[in-house]
Design a protein around this ligand. Structure first.
Ligand code: PGA
Length: 254
């Protein structure tokens, strides 16, 4: 049985003041209640300490939206794994489609970042997913296979305990359009088979595969009920305490 991971990606929203307020609202929603799922919120770097402070003493975790592939040193504007750990992060999102598209991150860099994150003791959430044209021409499996295998090959060894994959079809991100539960299940099953090819069945069964792309309270149940969907990477709906909590609540009810 895999534990659901309900991860919020705040993207470039919420500075320290707003982030602290939002994090406190989330904590307040769960006051006196426990959850079996993992609840993770990934604010912008500058807001991580404020969110971490608001989550202190709770089961909510803090993560980063990106990380450097380098150690500390002369890399202007970058943030290292050791800084994230010092700030209390447990996870880093890597290779989000917005980083691939707007910041020209390629499979090689993403593989290096994933390895560094895991080697340095954090958990990595690797994002993969096809563009609309690629889906329309039936290339989704080919595209995702290349993205996943680039990282698995670079990792070399089995790190299934620290490795999460988020399947995020690019055409569903921030568009209000979601993959159908069947489309998500088909791709998640395919991704799990890729992990199995590298690490064997027992490890593939351990790795959590999240769905991302316009997950909302009203579609979370059908997506999270699919056998290979182990949680969500949630953008827009994680920016409100109500909608994030409803999705977490839905995971708890499955
Ligand atoms: P969205 O974003 O939920 O707003 O579509 C998801 C993501 O980009 O991780």
């Amino acid at each position: 049985m895999r534990t659901f991971l309900i991860a919020g990606n705040w993207k470039m929203n919420a500075g320290p003041t707003d982030a602290a307020k939002l994090a406190k609202e989330m904590v307040a929603k769960w006051e006196g209640k426990t959850f079996k799922s993992e609840a993770l919120l990934c604010p912008p770097f500058i807001s991580i300490p404020a969110v971490q402070a608001a989550f202190k003493g709770t089961a909510f975790q803090t993560g980063a939206q990106n990380v450097s592939n380098q150690d500390n040193g002369a890399y202007t504007g970058e943030i290292s794994t050791s800084m994230l750990k010092d700030a209390g992060c447990t996870y880093a999102i890597i290779g989000h489609s917005e980083r691939r598209e707007y910041f020209v991150e390629n499979d090689e860099l993403i593989a290096q970042k994933t390895k560094k994150t895991i080697d340095d003791g954090l958990k990595a959430i690797l994002c993969v997913g096809e563009l609309l044209e690629e889906r329309k021409s039936g290339k989704q499996e080919e595209v995702v296979k290349k993205q996943v295998n680039a990282v698995l090959n670079h990792l070399g060894k089995d790190v299934s305990d620290q490795f999460v994959i988020a399947y995020e079809p690019v055409w569903a991100i921030g568009t209000g359009e979601t993959a159908s539960p069947e489309q998500a299940q088909e791709m998640h099953k395919f991704i799990r088979s890729l992990v199995e090819n590298s690490w064997g069945k027992a490890s593939a069964d351990k790795v959590r595969i999240l769905y991302g792309g316009s997950m909302k309270p009203d579609n979370a149940k059908e997506l999270l009920s699919m056998p290979d969907v182990d949680g969500g990477l949630i953008g827009g709906a994680s920016l409100k305490a109500d909608s994030y909590s409803e999705i977490l609540d839905t995971a708890e009810s499955i």
